[in-house]
Design a binder for this molecule. Structure first.
Ligand code: ZN
Length: 364
C-alpha cells in the first residue's frame, strides 16, 4: 500500500503524543515532515505544515502547492494567496479543540509568532515526542543507515587507495577528491567534508584551506552526507608519513576512549553515559581540556538528531537507537585527532555500522 510507512509513523507518533499530553503536533518542512509524508515540503515564505492529531492528519497548504499532496492520506486545509495562513490555522486548531500543541524544532519562528498571536491561549511546546519517535529506528530504517555506512566506508577505502601520497597536497584538493568520491558513490547530499592537517586538525571548525601538507602531518578527515534517504558520517585520521611519538601515544588512548564509549552504549543507560566514560579516560591521561565536544549524536534522516550523547542528557538509550561515537583530542597549535563510528544499539548490545579500520593510516 502506498504511504503504509508514513501512516505507521503517524500512529507511533500518536502514542508518544498521548504520553506527553499533547493534543496535536505541527510539523513544518523538515526531515520529520519527510518521515510523515514521504516527500520533502517546499520551504518558502508560504506556510505549509502537517498537523497530526489524536485521530487524523491535516496539511495546511497554499493553493498552488495543493496538487502535490492530492494522493496523500491527509485532509488538505488549503489557504488562498491573499489569506493570512496563520490566522486560518489558528481557527482550525480552535475548531479541533487543540489546547496543547507540540511543534517541531525547525518550524519557522515567524510563522510560530504569528500563530501565537492569533491563538493567545494555545499552549505551544517543543514536540519532544517527535524527537523520541525519530530517535528509535525500525529494522527497515536501520537497514537504510547500514547502507549509508557501507557507502561511506567504500568512499574512505577508495580515497585511501587513490591517495597514497598525502605530502605536498593541499587540504582543499583532498576535500575535493573526497566530495567527488561521495558523489560517485551515490550520495544525494554532502553535509560536510572537513580536512584539517597539522595544527589545523586541532579545530573542529576548520573545513579545509590551501595549506600544503607537510611530511609528518596527521590529517583529520570528517565527512557526512545522505545516501538514499539516510545519513552516513565518519571521521578517521591519516598521516603524511610517521607522526611524532606523542601523537601515536595519544592516538592509542583515543581508541581506548572510543571503544569504552562504544561498550557503554547499552539499553537503559542515560544518553550521557558514553560521553562520561570516554571523558573519564581522556581526563585521567591529562586530556580533559583537549576533548572539547560531546562524544556523539543520533543520526538518521538528519545528520544530527537525538540521542545526543552529552552530559546532562537523561534520555535512556533503547534498542533501535543509532548514534555516533566520536571522541577527539585537540592540542591548539599542534595537532588534532578524532575517530568516529556509527553505532546501532541492538537487543544484543552495541554494533558498529561503519567498519573502516580505525588503525592510524600512514601514507607517504
Ligand atoms: Zn558526527
Amino acid at each position: 500500500m502506498p504511504f503504509d510507512r508514513e501512516i505507521a509513523a503517524m500512529t507511533r507518533l500518536r502514542g508518544l503524543m498521548q504520553q506527553d499530553g499533547l493534543d496535536a503536533v505541527l510539523i513544518g518542512p523538515s526531515a520529520s515532515f519527510r518521515e510523515m509524508m514521504g516527500r520533502d515540503a517546499n520551504m518558502t515564505e508560504r506556510l505549509v505544515a502537517l498537523l497530526v492529531t489524536a485521530t487524523g492528519a491535516e496539511l495546511i497548504v497554499p493553493r498552488l502547492q495543493a496538487p502535490l499532496y492530492e494522493e496523500h492520506p491527509v485532509n488538505l486545509l488549503i489557504w488562498d494567496e491573499a489569506e493570512d495562513a496563520t490566522a486560518r490555522l489558528a481557527d482550525r486548531l480552535a475548531e479541533l479543540d487543540i489546547a496543547q500543541l507540540g511543534v517541531n524544532d525547525e518550524f519557522w519562528a515567524g510563522f510560530l509568532l504569528r500563530l501565537a498571536h492569533h491563538a493567545p491561549t494555545l499552549d505551544i511546546r517543543p514536540a519532544t515526542s517527535l524527537e523520541r519517535l525519530r530517535a528509535v529506528k525500525t529494522a527497515e530504517e536501520i537497514a537504510g543507515l547500514q547502507a549509508a555506512a557501507d557507502a561511506i566506508d567504500r568512499v574512505w577505502a577508495r580515497f585511501l587507495s587513490e591517495n597514497r601520497v598525502l605530502t605536498g597536497q593541499t587540504e582543499l584538493a583532498l576535500r575535493a577528491a573526497l566530495t567527488q568520491l561521495m558523489r560517485d558513490e551515490g550520495f544525494e547530499t554532502v553535509a560536510w567534508v572537513d580536512v584539517g592537517a597539522g595544527a589545523n586538525g586541532a579545530s573542529s571548525l576548520h573545513h579545509g584551506s590551501d595549506y600544503v601538507i607537510q611530511r609528518g602531518d596527521p590529517i583529520v578527515f570528517d565527512f557526512a552526507g545522505r545516501y538514499d534517504g539516510w545519513n552516513g558520517d565518519i571521521a578517521r585520521v591519516a598521516c603524511a608519513g610517521a607522526p611524532e611519538a606523542d601523537y601515536l601515544q595519544a592516538y592509542a588512548l583515543l581508541l581506548d576512549a572510543q571503544e569504552a564509549a562504544f561498550q557503554a552504549i547499552q539499553a537503559g543507560v542515560p544518553a550521557s553515559t558514553p560521553d562520561s566514560v570516554a571523558r573519564e579516560i581522556l581526563t585521567q591521561a591529562g586530556h580533559g581540556d583537549h576533548f572539547t565536544h560531546r562524544v556523539g549524536h543520533g543520526i538518521g534522516r538528519d545528520v544530527h538528531e537525538q540521542p545526543y550523547l552529552v552530559a546532562g542528557n537523561s534520555l535512556p538509550l533503547v534498542p533501535g537507537m543509532v548514534m555516533s561515537d566520536e571522541p577527539g583530542i585537540y592540542i591548539p597549535g599542534r595537532w588534532g585527532m578524532r575517530v568516529e563510528d556509527i553505532v546501532v544499539l541492538t537487543e544484543e548490545g552495541p554494533r558498529r555500522l561503519t567498519q573502516s579500520p580505525r588503525d592510524l593510516f600512514i601514507a607517504d
